[in-house]
Design a protein around this ligand. Structure first.
Ligand code: NAD
Length: 502
């Protein structure tokens, strides 16, 4: 009989108590079953099966589109100022249910309480932005010629969809649906099948906030559901967030059916540390950026470019990373396969000659034997040609590369095919400005390891980290989820004074 730790989590789990009813699709204001089969949902902190998720396909997507299409006209016809009232009420519900929503994120995703709380708090900020849309999205009007007026109005697209990744079960959906729905669209969410539970709770709270049935729908599933969304002629726009490989597929497939598509992909974020950086700020910032959310952030720092003499900073980082308690300060990664993949990257870098300064392989947490843990890991002496320097690891692993000057460091950053985030730690304004101008990334930090723009500034990367026009949040969201109508009108017959007024 093999010892328990060598058995797959799903093989052991049925003997343990399940904690959530099976997830269901949400269509037209009702939870419904459907789909080819049910897949296990695990709690990554101990590997238990806590629920099951149905894998939907074309039939479930079609049902959701029909429900959304039916609900759309009345919602689009509701003034924007009235539509956002739903989100004022929804925001109050997020505040009231913060602890419960945060606990659900922890349960299905594994992130520690502080990180899960931050996810819900960011949701609240995103909903605040949606509540501000009457101010942000007010149209424009101008007398363009004597007696002739042009006005610009923003109209919804119709039925739209978003596909989200596992790493922020609640926040990434909030990047899209509050704006898309407040702007008058009917919406279909396809959450990650690894973390399907938050979506159901979002649906319940939106209903409680007074959102009409059919305006927010959830179709669970994986590839089949995503392809059905891309192919469905009744869906006008798709926002995707996930890996670059799938982002490319979704962008190609969605635009092939002439949809508007914005597809955010993966990342390999570089943090450049200069010797004059404030040691405490730099060490703390880089360690938080590589280990926060167990490195499972598209904004995680995964390469530190150490410019000449920064060993005094690296020493602090090593001490801080070693002091972190796995299971308390850093949660598990999402699956056993992810744990194995991340540990493989570390082992291969070590074999290729890199030095593992802090080793998170084989991390365990007492009482959580089946958990998918990897501790914070810092690897020095990584060369640019190593896999660890080039590929997205999506775990708490920092590759340290050495250069002699800032130009060389920027050349390394620029050579990455990705372009989500880049940061520089320095006390020199000139050096910071130089790096900001030359970094090939959509989000750049100065003494900030995770340079996520706060609302109303928009979230979005460059290069292979994003396909499509504009960013996913902020003002760009207004353009993405609407189409503009330009109305040119003349009412006074006697105003014929220019070529246009005649
Ligand atoms: P993923 O690409 O595996 O999955 C994303 C979504 O696509 C999920 O809903 C999944 O069901 C679906 N999917 C998976 N495989 C598919 C396929 N072959 N065809 C069609 N659909 C498919 O990503 P993930 O592992 O859930 O999330 C982690 C990735 O997301 C990382 O690469 C991370 O950098 C990226 N991410 C990017 C951002 C950003 O803003 N750029 C934000 C969060 C996460």
């Amino acid at each position: 009989v093999p010892p328990p730790e060598t058995l797959a989590a799903s093989a052991r789990a049925p003997t343990l108590q399940r904690t959530h009813p099976d997830a269901r699709h949400y269509v037209g204001g009702e939870f419904v079953t459907g789909g080819s089969r049910l897949q296990d949902v695990h709690d990554p902190s101990d590997g238990r099966v806590i629920s099951h998720v149905p894998l939907g396909g074309p039939d479930e997507v079609n049902r959701a589109v029909l429900a959304a299409r039916t609900a759309f006209p009345a919602w689009a016809d509701t003034p924007l100022k009235e539509r956002v009232q739903v989100f004022y009420r929804y925001k109050a519900l997020l505040e009231r249910h913060l602890d419960e929503l945060s606990a659900l994120v922890t349960e299905e995703h594994g992130k520690v309480k502080g990180e899960a709380d931050a996810e819900i708090l960011k949701n609240i900020e995103l909903v605040e932005f949606a509540c501000s849309l009457p101010q942000m999205a007010a149209g424009e009007v101008l007398e363009v010629s004597k007696g002739v007026e042009c006005r610009l109005e923003r109209r919804p697209l119709g039925v739209v969809a978003a596909i989200s990744p596992f790493n922020f079960p609640s926040m990434v959906p909030h990047w899209t649906f509050p704006n898309a729905i407040a702007l008058g669209n009917a919406f279909i969410l396809k959450p990650s099948e690894l973390v399907p539970l938050s979506a159901g709770r979002i649906a319940e709270l939106l209903k409680e906030a007074g959102l009409p049935d059919g305006i927010f729908n959830v179709v669970h599933g994986s590839r089949e559901a995503v392809e059905a969304i891309c192919d469905h002629p009744g869906i006008s726009a798709v926002a995707f967030v996930g890996s670059t490989r799938v982002a490319k597929e979704v962008y190609r497939r969605g635009t092939a059916t002439l949809k508007r598509v914005l597809a955010l992909g993966g990342a390999k974020n570089h943090v450049i540390v200069l010797p004059d950086a404030d040691p405490e700020m730099a060490a703390g910032g880089v360690v938080a950026a590589m280990s926060g959310c167990t490195g499972q952030r598209c904004m995680a720092a995964s390469v530190m470019v150490a410019v000449s003499g920064v060993d005094h900073i690296l020493d602090r980082m090593v001490a801080q990373a070693r002091a972190m308690v796995v299971g308390r300060d850093i949660g598990p990664v999402i699956t056993r396969a992810a744990k194995e993949r991340i540990e493989r990257y570390i082992t291969e870098a070590e074999r290729a000659g890199a030095r593992v300064l802090v080793d998170g392989r084989g991390a365990t947490v007492p009482g959580k034997d089946g958990g998918f843990y990897v501790g914070p890991t810092i690897i020095d002496g990584v060369r640019p040609d190593m896999q660890l320097a080039q590929e997205e690891v999506f775990g708490p692993v920092l590759a340290v590369l050495r250069t002699t000057d800032l130009d060389e460091a920027l050349a390394l950053q620029n050579a990455s095919p990705y372009g989500n985030a880049a940061s520089v730690f320095t006390e020199s304004g000139g050096a910071a400005r130089y790096a900001m101008e030359r970094a090939s990334a959509g989000m750049v930090g100065v003494n900030v390891g995770v340079p996520v723009p706060r609302e109303p500034f928009a979230f979005g990367g460059w290069n292979d980290s994003k396909f499509g026009v504009g960013d996913i949040t902020g003002r760009d969201a207004i353009a993405f989820w609407t189409q503009s109508k330009k109305i040119t009108a003349k009412w006074n017959r006697e105003a014929g004074t220019t070529w246009m007024s005649k």
